[in-house]
Design a protein. Structure first.
Length: 54
């Protein structure tokens, strides 16, 4: 893997982590938060999304 791809993958992981942190603020565990980013994107306001509903 070239150095260019490593930086791209690292940047993508950092962005994914920043987005997942928004879900952890709403009460999700980290694995749920990462999956919620893939399923729902970012949380919007107080709208209920079933991302962390048990």
């Amino acid at each position: 893997m070239s150095k260019g791809w490593r930086w791209i993958l690292l940047a993508a992981f950092v962005v994914w982590t920043v987005l997942a942190l928004q879900w952890t603020d709403l009460g999700c565990d980290y694995p749920e938060a990462y999956l919620a980013v893939l399923r729902f994107g970012t949380p919007e306001g107080l709208e209920f999304l079933p991302a962390c509903a048990g």
